[in-house]
Design a protein around this ligand. Sequence first.
Ligand SMILES: Nc1nc2c(ncn2[C@@H]2O[C@H](COP(=O)(O)OP(=O)(O)OP(=O)(O)O)[C@@H](O)[C@H]2O)c(=O)[nH]1
Ligand SMILES: [Mg+2]
Length: 314
Amino acid sequence: MTEATLSDRLLAGDPRAIARAISLIEDESPSRVDLVRRIFARTGNAYLVGVTGPPGAGKSTLVDRLISEVRKSGRTVGVVAVDPTSPFSGGAILGDRVRMQAHAGDPDVFIRSMATRGNLGGLARATGEVAVVFDAAGKDIVLIETVGVGQDEVDIVRTADVSIVTIVPGSGDEIQALKAGIMEIADIFVVNKADREGADRTVSSIQAMLSLHSAADGEWRPPVIKTVATTGEGVAELLETIEKFRAHTATTQGSRRRARAEWRLRELIGQRFLSHVEETVLRAGEFEQMLDRIAARETDPYSVVDAIFQRAIR
Ligand SMILES: Nc1nc2c(ncn2[C@@H]2O[C@H](COP(=O)(O)OP(=O)(O)OP(=O)(O)O)[C@@H](O)[C@H]2O)c(=O)[nH]1
Ligand SMILES: [Mg+2]
């Protein structure tokens, strides 16, 4: 498939083109750049829903239920589940496939699990690009599942229009651990596995934590919703809440997307500049020599960066 036909077929919603495009992104193939270039202008219509939370919180099960709920309204869905822990964790990915198998025969649902080699930044970028692919292919809703909660997650969460943080009933310690960073990124809290003991207590502690943050008039206050993903309990309410959030932020969604664009652009510029330095400015082995000299305290990192920069802009 040439890039031109790939983008045309993608824009026509061809599932095979979607699969191919995602593979290019996953493999960090250079041709993905041209693809994104070709389709980007035709995107911006999909609504991106991020679902994050600790390992085993029931994110995939919840996403599976959300797919069904969204499909009831006839809207189409793209799902990307990412596993940042290891490129070898085929188990988890296989698990996702099994859990979301109910939609295997539905042509309006496309599910892809993805492991990326890169760091979290790379992962966030890949996720963003997959969302662009789904968007171009005409998917109305894009669900993005990411594991982990904490400061590291903030970047990934920035790839969505709405961020759902999933928590399971348990000790208050977990919620304490969530405090840092998560308050800024959660638009909706879900206490999943609400069939377990202590769900109400978990809800209360999240609410107590939220009440410490004073919200301005008319500002969105993250609701806390109880779900049992295995039975689907609470999932309709969750989708309603997503819709409410969407309506509430209709006027500010643009600035959020702009912030996302800024973050991505800064990252790309940084990367491009670093590649330029590594490939064009530095001689072979020079980078290692610099490291040695810094380690031996013969020079300092700032002086090295300064020297490289001067050479790069000449
Ligand atoms: N009791 C109960 N079990 C649940 C619920 N939701 C999910 N589970 C179970 O929890 C386990 C993990 O579910 P997953 O959906 O794979 O969780 P996940 O967060 O996607 O896991 P990772 O992607 O591996 O981090 C499975 O055995 C589910 O059946 C729930 O509401 N109640
Ligand atoms: Mg999962």
